[in-house]
Ligand binder design. Sequence first.
Ligand code: FCB
Length: 451
Amino acid sequence: MSDLPASAELIRRFPGDFTWGVATSAYQIEGAAHEGGRADSIWDEFCRRSGTILDASSGDVACDHYHRYEQDLDLLRTLNVDAYRFSISWPRVQPDGSGAWNETGFDFYDRLLDAMHRRGIAAHATLYHWDLPLSLQSTGGWHARETCARFADYAAEVARRFGDRLASVATINEPWVVAILGHESGRFAPGLRDRKLAMQVSHHLLLGHGLALRALRAERPRLPAGIVLNLSPIHPATDSADDLAKARIDDGLLTRWYLDPLLFGRYPADVLDHLGADAPLASPEDLRLIAQPLDFIGVNYYTRGVAATVPPAPVPDRNVTEMGWEVFPAGLTELLLRLRADYPLPPVYVMENGAAYRDVLVGDRVEDAARVAYLAAHVRALADAIDGGVDVRGYFIWSLLDNFEWADGYTKRFGLVYVDYPTQRRILKDSALWYRQFLAARARSGQARAS
Ligand code: FCB
């Protein structure tokens, strides 16, 4: 574990009111999938299909957080964090995705928010972390324009009920993943494979974001609202013209496709050309809605991308996580500096950063030195971006708990806290102890906690 002086020195590079937190999402931790009036989401249905989830599991029980949230928030408190990023399960609070609200579902989030408040932890909510009510899928899901209006209704209701207790609200988590992994490659729910449809979905996610933003502001004009994108710098594997062109278009599809409409009100011309007949239908009025001012942009960063038109030779001893993702902290600095250079960038929160490793519980200890190294290196990279002038306001580690890692089921552990699934016992990993000590160094270096 890193020593205290190093922690104190690193944390001093951040502003005193910087927000430090951890992140989770509803379907990945809550469980209680068939309790309290919750209806199926597209992920419940997807998990029931054979061959979709690596260990044939589902989020039915997950971390049983629905019943254990008090204990989980106690853990969070012991980490010395300021803030918790969580998501609200749409099918728990509005089972059909339209019409009646489910009071039992809202009661859960009401208790959760109270429990955070009692512990002095700021609440950063995400409205859509991939669990679309299944009944909306039967009417076309995100391919149907109507879903955008339903999403805005849900956003307004959450703002009405909880807006005064939220530090921020994010509309959509990672629209690229929803559109491409959900609708082009089919690796994620709803498991469709159609590029044209996927690109229309990407537009509807952005439009849904815009309509939700308008609805949120009508209810709660002062509630900070934004969107969360998964972004990475894309490097060409070689300096061949083909690799350079591929890097440019991959970057276009991952980053510019979302940030250009959000911040400039238009889709990038080269990507529209590249898509040809697969480009979505999008009116100028849609783009005006999408480009409303944002209070923040959430950035999820895990690794860089490499664009190769010829499969590259395997690199021996490449530093990769259990996901096979390259450990590349300098990419975070590069990404943030580039966003600042290319866009009129609102304040940024790193809403997810973290790593899966093959953790082993020995007695009561999980020695995850690789995760500690990963996190410390990325925090350093973030400090470099701040030194370079990027207005970064917060950093959230993915994740508080080991949890249901989508198509990888329970085979990948991202938590600071180890979850022994058969018993639901929670054990702080060394990385949790590192984060706790790192954040405790604030008090000693004269930085106050926000709460
Ligand atoms: C992100 C997701 C999050 C988690 C991490 C590992 O893409 O937002 O739910 O699965 O990856």
